[in-house]
Unconditional design. Structure first.
Length: 80
């Protein structure tokens, strides 16, 4: 309490956010990144995105760059 008023704990607020919930699974990938704008890897990434997310088929993402990450370290926690 401060000044006769109860203060809400900042931790309680942040702890309630799903992204900080320790039971929520996470994956952290660190490595070298490369910007793809054309080529076989770019076309393959675009195809995989279209397969996984059908809504992307109707979006103009074919002229957008993609980021390819070559993992150096991978860390995960929670139930993936």
């Amino acid at each position: 309490m401060r000044g006769g008023r109860a203060q809400r704990s900042r931790w309680a607020f942040f702890n309630g956010l799903p992204r900080l919930d320790p039971t929520t699974p996470y994956i952290l990938i660190q490595g070298r990144a490369k910007l793809l704008t054309k080529g076989e890897n770019y076309r393959r990434a675009l195809l995989l995105l279209h397969k996984k997310y059908p809504q992307y088929r109707h979006m103009a993402i074919h002229d957008r760059p993609m980021i390819q990450i070559r993992p150096a370290r991978v860390k995960s926690w929670g139930k993936l």
